[in-house]
Write a protein that binds this ligand. Structure first.
Ligand code: PLP
Length: 312
């Protein structure tokens, strides 16, 4: 099962009715060679709306009538809740007990039933699977869904259409759907552009899975939601293998610094995951010097602690 550029183009045609393209800006004070792709401006505050709407759009009427259940640290939950509401579908989301309360509240406001269960994402996933079994709901994985990957690919179609001469696109990685989709679209539209993944060194499961060539589980202690998965996901990892050009790690402190820079130099409230690509560029200056790059600001749903840290 692989996702192709044609799947992305089909998703793009379907998504046009739901989501306008997001801006891609350079900021003189930040770095004129760095373009920021503003997925923080999506209606749910993160790029995941693209994949979720595509998934719901592709479900049969029967499947939609039964409803969906998913698990998430927050943004995937909000995206599925948003898409389920758009398609008039019942939605249950399971979040870890210590989930960002803003994100739980946002999913509720979108009409989802929110269940706080599990010490981490794995615990929430087990509970979601049990609910799917008991209630006949469609279990939606945060990572292993071809329609989500195809929908997310529309982000990269927009990037390469607006900036066909990029040397590198830098993508934060949690489950890896974003980076996998970037590789699919890059191969079709900008074969000489590098796709570079970034993860927090405190939750390196995606990085270590890519380096090992098979999915592994790893300690998962980053405070950066969206990158905190603890395990590799099979579908995105298969797309990343042999396609991703490099995979960098950054510290949570570097991410917080990039978050502050986006606020002061780019008029942008990013959550940690949304600042992670910029953090990689700032902490690896030699790797990116003199090159035209795009960093994906994947989301803006900063939690209460992140907002306090902005002024620290
Ligand atoms: C989910 C998420 C990521 C990670 O994306 P994957 O496709 O899971 O690798 C990065 N940033 C934000 C804001 C997210 O919500």
């Amino acid at each position: 099962m692989t996702v192709t550029f044609n799947d992305v183009l089909r998703a793009q045609r379907r998504l046009a009715a739901h989501l306008p393209p997001t801006p891609l800006w350079a900021y003189r004070q930040l770095d004129p060679d760095v373009l920021v792709k503003h997925e923080n401006t999506q209606p749910t505050g993160a790029f995941k709306a693209r994949g979720a709407l595509t998934l719901l759009d592709r479900m049969s009427a029967d499947e939609r009538a039964r409803g969906v259940v998913t698990y998430s640290t927050g943004n995937h939950a909000q995206a599925i809740a948003y898409a389920a509401a758009a398609f008039d579908t019942r939605c249950v989301v399971v979040m870890p007990e210590k989930a960002n309360p803003f994100k739980a509240q946002a999913a509720r406001a979108l009409g989802a039933t929110v269940v706080l269960e599990g010490a981490d994402l794995a615990g929430s996933g087990a509970h979601a699977a049990a609910l799917a079994e008991a209630d006949g709901l469609r279990l939606v994985s945060p990572g292993d869904e071809p329609d989500i990957l195809a929908g997310v690919g529309t982000l990269y179609q927009e990037v390469f259409a607006a900036a066909p001469d990029l040397d590198a696109v830098v993508v934060p990685i949690g489950s890896g759907t974003g980076a996998a989709a970037a590789c699919v679209v890059r191969a079709a539209l900008a074969p000489r552009c590098e796709v570079i993944g970034v993860q927090s060194s405190a939750s390196p499961a995606g990085h270590d899975s890519w380096r090992a060539g098979s999915c592994v589980t790893r300690p998962d202690t980053t405070a950066v939601e969206g990158l905190a998965t603890g395990r590799g996901f099979d579908l995105p990892q298969r797309h990343l293998r042999g396609a991703l050009n490099d995979f960098l790690l950054v510290d949570d402190a570097d991410i917080a610094r990039a978050q502050r820079l986006l606020a002061t130099h780019a008029h942008t409230l990013a959550e940690g995951a949304g600042a992670t690509a910029l953090a990689a560029v700032l902490t690896h200056p030699d790797r990116f010097a003199g090159r035209k790059i795009a960093v994906i600001c994947t989301g803006g749903n900063a939690g209460p602690q992140e907002l306090r840290n902005l002024s620290a």
